[in-house]
Design a protein around this ligand. Sequence first.
Ligand code: GLN
Length: 316
Amino acid sequence: MKTARAGFSIGSEILGEIGYMDCNLIHCKFVPMTIEDANRLLISSLVGLYDEREVASISSLVMERLTGMPKSLRVTHKTDTFLIRQDELFQSYLSDLMNHRPVQYVLREAWFGPMPFYVDENVLIPRPETEELVDWLLNDSYSKHSGLTILDIGTGSGCIPVYIKKKRKDFNVMALDISEAALQIAKKNGKVHDTAIEFILCDIRDPGQWEKLEPVDLIISNPPYIPEKQKQLLEKHVKDFEPSLALFVPDMDPIIFYKTIGHFAIQRLKPGGMIFLEIHHDFAKDIIEWYERNGFSLELRKDLSGNNRMIKVGRI
Ligand code: GLN
């Protein structure tokens, strides 16, 4: 019996490496697992680590990657058996997931809206709240102007500038990050999605580096905003795997990045320009007060979960 099946469209990552395995060989020890077996094992292993909805979505992502088939096809092919390389990958994914490694890092892919992004432990996993922030910016009346220059501060995977450039080819899009490793990933994502974006290595906290940045019409940022002392409240798959640099701020000054971006905007945001920022709901009041005190106009929005999550700041 051959374990490769006609009509079984598996990813080139897998096919390219193995072809098929002939189990008529006398010394063959590989006992192929069916798609149904693998799915069941995956789900039962993840129960307890994640809630029911997350278990369903993680197992679906993993099974889709392994088989190259969407759910509807996996159902009709449930008795198909794994190739030896698929089985190896399955075991490795399973062990990573059971060690709490986020599925996006395991599969090296995260979705931002309809777009896939390469991710690994050097960058934050894009979140749905950030999609809401970007959609707010794109639908804002100010964005109706064509040819605007926009800067994303702390770009990580590059999800924000790539998504924006894809929707608004007329915008001049720039993105910066303090991490060279993150910028490499952002550039890679920019290339995969065929977008022309200027990526800049820059520590925004150092005003000496602002000179290399030209004046902009729009600023967007999802800066680090979780105080160190809240680290223990986070789930293991977040606190042990996502980059601390992208998540945490000192307990003494949790709104440090908002103040930095405000000072930067005073120098580099064109009059009439706008800033769109994701925020921590605990600090909405402090952030709003700071911007109003410094002469900016402000609008607060909740995310889909009902938490104060983003602000639009105007330079009057
Ligand atoms: N801009 C990226 C994102 O929103 C990275 C943000 C960060 O590293 N704090 O996913």
